[in-house]
Design a protein around this ligand. Sequence first.
Ligand code: UDP
Ligand code: MG
Length: 336
Amino acid sequence: MTEVENSRQKGILYIVVPCYNEEEALETSAGKLLDKLHELKEREIISGESRIVFVDDGSRDRTWELIKALYERNEEIKGLRFAHNRGHQNAILAGMLYSRKHCDYTITIDADLQQDINAMENFIGEYVNGSEIVFGVRNSRNTDGFFKKFSATLFYKTMRLMGCDIYENSADYRLMSAKALEALAEYDEVNLFLRGIIPDIGLKSSVVYFDVFPRMQGTSKYSLTKMFTLAADGITSFSIKPIRMVFAMGVLALFVGLGMIIHIVYEHYFGYTVSGWSSILMSIWVLGGAILLSLGIIGEYVGRNYMETKRRPRYYFWEILSRDERQSDHETGQEF
Ligand code: UDP
Ligand code: MG
C-alpha cells in the first residue's frame, strides 16, 4: 500500500441529499442511507465522524419537520434549510460547500434514492486511489419514459456540440473531495450548471457506472419548466456558440447576396424582370447579410462581457510546493 492510499483511507464522508417536498420518500431513504453509513463504518471504509446532510430546498410539505425529527433521533444526521425553493443545483451546491469544512469528501445523491447506493463503495475506492472528483454515469435510461430519454439524449448531444466537456448521461450522483470543493467555491456564477462546471475544474477525476431504479415514493420534483431552465442554463452558461452561429449566418447571407447580385444584374439585362425587382432583391440580401453580420459582431462583445461577468477563476493550483504555507492553503487566480 502506498502512502497516498494510507492517508486517504477511512476519510470523513458527508452524504449530501437535496430534498424538495420529499415527505413520502424521506423516512425510507434516511433509513437506507443510515444503514449504508453504518455498514461503511463497520467495514472501516469511512471514518466514524461521517454524516448525512439533508438540504431542504424550501419544501412546502412536512420535509423539514421530518429532517428535524431525524436530527433529534440521530447524531449522524444534519439538516440545512433554504428559506425558499432555490432549485436542485443550488441545494446540492449549498450542501457540498457547507460540508467541505467538516469532511474529506462528499457524495451527493437524490432523496428518492433512484441511484444505486451500493455504488458508493466504488466512488470511495476511486477516491482512495487518488481521484479528487468521481463522476457517476448511469448504466442505462431504461427506467425513464420516452420523453425524458429523448430530451436527455438531445440535451447531452447539444451540450457536447456546444463544446461543453460533459459526460453523457452523467448525474448529480458524484463524489467530490474537500480540495475539489475548494476549487468549486471559486466559481462565482449565479446561473449554475454543476454537471458542466465540475469537469471544468480539471483535477484528477474518474467515472463510476451505476444503476438507476424507478422512484418508489412520491412523484418527480423536476417539473417540465425546471427541466427546461436547467437545459437553458447548461447551454447558455457554457458557450457563446449560439452567437457565433448568428455571425456565421451573416457571413453566409453576404456571400449569397454577392452571388445574387450577379444573378440579378444578369436577369436585369438579359431576362424578363418586373421593374423594381432587382433593386428590392439586392437590398434584401445585402442588407440582411450586413444586419446579421453586425448582430454577430455585437454578440461577440456581449458574449465576452457575459463570460467576463461570471468571474470564473482563471486557474487553480493542483498542488503547492512551498515551506511557508500550510498544506490546506489553496491560492487561486482571484487573489492576485
Ligand atoms: N429537488 C430539489 N429542488 C427542486 C427539485 C428537486 O432539491 O426544486 C431534489 C429532489 O428532492 C430530489 C432531487 O432533487 O432529491 C431529484 O429530483 P427528482 O427525483 O424529483 O428528479 P427526477 O429523478 O425525476 O429527475
Ligand atoms: Mg428522482
